[in-house]
Design a binder for this molecule. Structure first.
Ligand SMILES: C[S@@+](CC[C@H](N)C(=O)[O-])C[C@H]1O[C@@H](n2cnc3c(N)ncnc32)[C@H](O)[C@@H]1O
Length: 261
């Protein structure tokens, strides 16, 4: 990870990101004002955050299998849960966007690559009673904690697939119904990111939305994001700096937006 790269890419984003006043097309305007930007209170958020808070004080030490660029902070093989909860999870503000996105698109079949403690998975799962989330995690100890997270919350619409995504994703996709929302937050490298995109794209439909985390984290993630957003199948792409969203709707004019967030 290069701090210089991150500084430069943030500066570029800061210079170019626009707000609602620059958005003319109805779909992107609605998406920005009713899904991306709102800061609406929701009882689910409060309950989920109390679980995150609990993990932030947990001294439990667990073994972690390193799958590559999965950890942004530490490559230690034993980590404290409080450390993961404080530095390795999607921040509340972004998880809330994912929740609203699932809700807005009435997503039923939702995928998450990279479960970690399962806190963000709850946001995906609570977006609708009709949704079903499949989440993938390679570290068995993290899977155990995540299963506990889901149990504590009483979430019974989550299926966790334990093991290496490189082995498990294609067989899942082969038998999956069309994928409505996918949040890709596992191995943050060029090759795996492109491979995840090409695999789940096999089950994308016109209303699908895929969200990629850490798109500016490194030069290779930047390259992966550029290739994904310019892919022929993608019509609309949105850069929120921390994450990038792509849509496949054929009747949207191919456009790329950097949006203030
Ligand atoms: C950044 S964390 C996920 C955070 C979570 N999605 C959230 O939003 O809070 C990335 C996770 O992906 C897992 N991971 C990375 N590469 C993987 C692979 N090839 N197979 C399975 N899991 C992997 C790591 O073990 C780690 O727990």
């Amino acid at each position: 990870m290069s701090k210089l790269h991150q500084l430069a890419s943030y500066f570029r984003y800061w210079l170019n990101a626009v707000d609602k006043h620059s958005l003319q097309a109805p779909f992107i305007y609605e998406l920005y004002t009713s899904v991306i930007k709102p800061n609406i209170h929701n009882d689910h958020f409060k309950e989920i955050e109390s679980i995150r808070d609990q993990y932030k004080t947990s001294d439990q030490r667990i073994p972690i299998i390193d799958f590559g660029a999965g950890s942004k902070v530490s490559n230690n093989h034993i980590r404290q849960v409080k450390d993961i909860a404080s530095t390795g999870l999607t921040k509340k503000k972004y998880s809330e966007v994912l929740y609203r996105l699932c809700n807005f698109s009435e997503a039923k079949n939702i995928l998450e690559l990279g479960t970690s403690l399962g806190v963000n998975t709850l946001y995906l799962a609570m977006s609708s009673t009709e949704s079903r989330v499949t989440t993938f995690e390679g570290s068995p100890a993290l899977c155990d904690v995540a299963r506990d997270t889901f149990r504590q919350f009483g979430a019974n619409n989550i299926n966790i697939i334990e093991g290496n995504i490189d082995d498990n994703l294609q067989p899942f996709v082969d038998s999956s119904s069309p994928i409505d929302i996918a949040f890709i937050d596992a191995n943050h490298r060029y090759k795996p990111t492109l491979s995840y995109f090409n695999t789940i794209r096999q089950k994308a439909h016109d209303q699908s939305c895929f969200i990629f985390d850490d798109i500016h984290w490194s030069k290779e993630m930047e390259k992966a994001w550029r290739e994904i957003r310019t892919h022929y199948s993608v019509s609309l792409s949105i850069d929120l700096y921390q994450m990038g969203l792509v849509f496949f709707t054929p009747d949207l004019r191919k456009q790329h937006y950097m949006l203030q967030f």
